[in-house]
Every structure is written in structure tokens, then in C-alpha cells.
Ligand binder design. Structure first.
Ligand SMILES: NC(=O)c1ccc[n+]([C@@H]2O[C@H](COP(=O)([O-])OP(=O)(O)OC[C@H]3O[C@@H](n4cnc5c(N)ncnc54)[C@H](OP(=O)(O)O)[C@@H]3O)[C@@H](O)[C@H]2O)c1
Length: 332
């Protein structure tokens, strides 16, 4: 089978097409014919050995896929050949076939196309866990989303709206703000791309404060990091929740006196680890996400599709800060 693989640490341009042996499904596993593979920021980090997990090389990137079950391994009763499934595989998705653990698979609703299915669970799963379990977002809360037109960011916008919050989108361009508003954000700000000196950082904090109003943001969803994090924390409400989701702009250092002054919580989000620790709650979240999708209240925005051979170009869209919503690799 064909796969796009990383043979040495490097950027997306280092990925190469190879013929690999077809994997077999072991006990508790399913073999899937991949139809679409959603691209996520961790794909860009993993091929450069910058992610929490370092797969053994050669490996294909691609952590979430949608496709058709070909065979099931011993002990698998919940799936059968021909089922259309979403699977979280960690890596290996940019290939014609992949093996997934059965508990990491989810049946696709009949009405869901493969590209949207491959663009759903990683981002919406992260953002739903962050807003529901970690922030306890309530109707009427003000939610400030940084990077609101990116993968997890746009999911947070839609889920925030679905949960009854007033959503403010913070993004780096007019085009990104228009996208976030089209997905339900009430308003937002366009921030500069940095780098920021001391005055720039102060101006950035003022930008967020003006956007959030006197009371501030009850919840800040930060999937950007860098200098944006502290500036946004300065705009949080009394007893607000600051969600630490990701760091494409760099890992920030936060003066902890801000947490004291705001009486706020700085809350870490590690969705992947949580899904392992609380599979029952995760399954319930996934069920609710599918319901929200079927009710038309959330819908992955697939802005670009690439063939397998151009998977490197697909990944490159994310660190280049160009991706709008989701980028997907489709496999005919
Ligand atoms: N904690 C968890 O459990 C969890 C789960 C999934 C993903 N994540 C993390 O969440 C982050 C976002 O992932 P994603 O898949 O949503 O990525 P994405 O689609 O590329 O979105 C990231 C956003 O960050 C902003 N950004 C600011 N500075 C940037 C820079 N130097 N380079 C690239 N983007 C920059 C961009 O928005 P603007 O241009 O508007 O600023 C972009 O839309 C990643 O760090 C990822 O590892 C964490």
C-alpha cells in the first residue's frame, strides 16, 4: 500500500511516498481503508520530533482518519467489514490503509461525508472537553477564543455558541475574523502577528480588554500561546477560567500574580490523556458531538483538500499560519 512517510526528522518537505506492506489487525484492532485524513498541528510537530510522542521511523503522519473497515481482529464485535468509521490512530493516517484500536473507532453517521468525518473528533473533541469538563462554560458566559479560525479554535467558536456563550474571536486577519463570525462569533479582534516589544504587548492586552468589556472574559480559550497568552489573561473576568490548549506561537511564561489579582484559574487541557483516563466520559462527549453535528449545530469547515502525495503541502498550511478551519488529505 502507498503511504506518505517520515524517514528522518524534518519539515513537511521531507515526507516521501513509499510502498509499505499492508498491516494486519491484531486482537482488539480493525484494519481500515483510509478515505480521508484530517491534518492537525501535532502532525507538523511529530515529523520534527517536537511532539509529546515520537513514533519509530519510518512512520506516516496523520492522527485522525475516516474510512471503511476491511477486516477486524480477534475479539472485535462492535465493528464489521464495510462499516464506515472515524478512527483516532495517533499517526499512520496518511496511508491507504491503517490499523486502529477498536475503542478508538466510532461509527460514522450515514449522512456524514468522509472529509468532514476526518475533521471532526480531534478538534471538536479537544474543544468540547476544554469548554465542558475543564471550563464549565455556562450560557451567558463571555468566551474569548484565540486563534479562532484554526482547527481547535473554530471548533471552540461553534461549541461555545452551541453552549449558549457570547463568543469573541481573536485572529490575525480580516479573512479569519469573517470565518469565525460566519461560524457564530458575535464579534472579535484582529491582533498583530508580532513579535511584540513591551509597548506592543501592552497594546495587545488593551485590544483584548476593549473587546471583552469591563467585566472581562469568563473563559479564555488559548490555542496560540506566545505573547498572546499573557495579554489575554489580563482581559479575564474575576473567577475566570484560562484554558491552556496549545502553543503555535511559543510556550509563554505567565506572571502568577495575575492569577491572584483576577481570582482566576489557569487550567491545563490534555485531551488525549483525558480520553485514556476517562473513556466513559469521552464516549459521552463523542456521542453528544455526533448529535450536535446531526442537528446542524456544528460542522467542520474543510477549507482545503490535498491528495496523499501532497500531504506535506497539507501539513505545511498549519505552521505557515494559513489554514482556515481544517485541511484534509483525501485518498481515492
Ligand atoms: N491540549 C490539547 O489537548 C490539544 C489538542 C489538540 C491540539 N492542541 C494544540 O492546539 C494548537 C492548535 O492546533 P490546530 O490543529 O487547531 O492548529 P491550527 O489550525 O494551525 O490553528 C492554530 C492557530 O494558531 C494561530 N497562530 C499564532 N501564531 C502562530 C504561528 N506562529 N504559527 C502557526 N499558527 C499560529 C493561528 O491563528 P492566527 O493566525 O489567527 O493567530 C492558527 O489559526 C496546537 O498547538 C496543537 O498542538 C492541543
Amino acid at each position: 500500500m502507498k503511504a506518505l512517510v517520515s524517514e528522518a526528522s524534518g519539515g513537511p518537505e521531507t515526507l516521501v511516498m513509499r510502498d509499505l506492506p499492508v498491516p494486519t489487525a491484531g486482537a482488539g484492532e480493525v484494519l481500515i481503508r483510509v478515505r480521508a485524513c484530517g491534518v492537525n498541528y501535532p502532525d507538523a510537530l511529530m515529523i520534527e520530533d517536537k511532539y509529546q510522542f515520537r513514533p519509530e521511523r519510518p512512520f506516516a503522519p496523520g492522527g485522525e482518519i475516516a474510512g471503511d473497515v476491511l477486516t477486524v481482529g480477534a475479539g472485535v464485535t462492535e465493528f464489521a467489514a464495510g462499516d464506515r468509521v472515524i478512527a483516532l490512530v495517533g499517526h499512520g493516517g496518511m496511508a491507504e490503509q491503517v490499523v486502529a484500536k477498536a475503542p478508538k473507532c466510532l461509527k460514522m453517521p450515514a449522512a456524514m461525508p468522509y472529509d468532514e468525518a476526518a475533521a471532526l473528533i480531534f478538534t471538536y473533541g479537544t474543544s468540547y472537553h476544554a469548554l465542558k469538563q475543564r471550563a464549565a462554560l455556562k450560557p451567558g458566559d463571555t468566551l474569548l477564543v484565540l486563534g479562532a479560525a484554526g482547527g481547535v479554535g473554530l471548533a471552540a467558536v461553534e461549541l461555545g455558541v452551541a453552549m449558549g456563550a457570547r463568543v469573541l474571536a481573536a485572529v490575525s486577519s480580516e479573512e479569519k475574523l469573517a470565518l469565525a463570525k460566519a461560524h457564530g462569533a458575535t464579534d472579535g479582534v484582529i491582533y498583530p502577528r508580532g513579535p511584540f516589544d513591551k509597548d506592543g504587548a501592552k497594546a495587545l492586552a488593551d485590544l483584548f480588554k476593549n473587546a471583552c468589556g469591563k467585566r472581562g472574559a469568563d473563559v479564555v480559550y488559548d490555542a496560540v500561546g506566545g505573547d498572546y497568552a499573557e495579554a489575554a489573561l489580563r482581559a479575564i473576568a474575576w473567577e475566570g477560567r484560562f484554558l491552556v490548549v496549545g502553543f503555535p506561537a511559543g510556550i509563554p511564561r505567565i506572571p502568577l500574580n495575575l492569577a491572584l489579582l483576577k481570582g482566576c484559574q489557569i487550567v491545563g487541557i490534555f485531551w488525549g490523556s483525558w480520553t485514556e483516563r476517562d473513556p466513559v466520559a469521552n464516549a459521552e462527549n463523542n456521542r453528544e458531538l455526533i448529535e450536535l453535528y446531526l442537528a446542524g449545530r456544528i460542522k467542520p469547515h474543510v477549507s482545503l483538500r490535498f491528495p496523499l502525495a501532497d500531504g506535506g503541502l497539507a501539513i505545511q498550511e498549519l505552521p505557515a499560519r494559513r489554514a482556515l478551519g481544517k485541511v484534509v488529505v483525501t485518498i481515492d
